[in-house]
Design a protein around this ligand. Structure first.
Ligand SMILES: [Zn+2]
Length: 217
């Protein structure tokens, strides 16, 4: 056994690969356990963010995926990231078959929120998606104002809550580019719509969205 194999073996003992959906320990070569694999939705969910920006979603925001998403979002550095990224890329590819994206980007969090949580789950997901799609990841947006958590608000409050809180980072130019904008979940589509609107106002040619989960309305 060579050194790399020994190391991989040790890593899998101490940090076993877990199914992205149900968190069961699985062999390192797969992303989901056989039971979850069988249950994965075959179709992609089609949604639109506020402003009419089209969005592909891989999973319904329902059990077991809602618990999986909470684990991904709140509990630790994203376990199951690869599995979630594969599903999100599949949603993007099926929804936007004919599109050629210049780069992948994500819904940002404030610097303070990233500091508190330790990571931005949307950014982790977007980076993993960019890698799978062999596209550059560009963190072009920043959130420069804190907001109340969207989940605590109703639809009209959500729209007001995120209005004017995002902007394009000074070091980036989005002009003429087509972006795939990634977030972990779409509910009312206010946040994605606001981010996509900022990109569009910055001169990018098109914004399409892809998410892991969507609420079912
Ligand atoms: Zn599973």
């Amino acid at each position: 056994m060579n050194r790399k194999k020994i190391l991989t073996g040790l890593v899998s003992v101490f940090f076993p690969q877990r199914c992205a959906c149900c968190n069961r320990v699985i062999v390192p070569s797969v992303l989901f356990c056989a039971d979850c694999m069988k249950e994965l939705p075959q179709t992609v969910y089609e949604r639109a963010a506020v402003g009419g920006f089209l969005c592909g979603a891989a999973l319904p925001y329902a059990e077991p995926y809602s618990t999986a998403l909470k684990r991904f979002k709140f509990h630790s550095k994203p376990g199951g990231l690869q599995g979630f990224a594969c599903l999100t890329v599949k949603a993007a590819r099926e929804r936007f078959e004919d599109k050629h994206f210049d780069a992948v980007t994500c819904v940002p969090m404030t610097r303070f929120a990233v500091f508190k949580r330790g990571y931005n789950q949307s950014e982790e997901l977007a980076r993993a998606c960019a890698k799978l799609m062999e596209l550059p990841f560009e963190p072009v947006l920043e959130k420069y104002k804190s907001t109340a958590p969207q989940r605590t608000l109703n639809r009209s409050q959500r729209m007001k809550n995120v209005r004017g809180v995002f902007r394009i980072r000074k070091s980036y130019s989005v002009a003429g580019k087509r972006y795939l904008l990634i977030d972990d979940v779409i509910t009312t589509g206010s946040t994605l719509g606001e981010c996509a609107g900022v990109l569009k106002a910055g001169g990018c040619s098109e914004v399409c969205c892809a998410v892991l989960c969507t609420t079912l309305e």
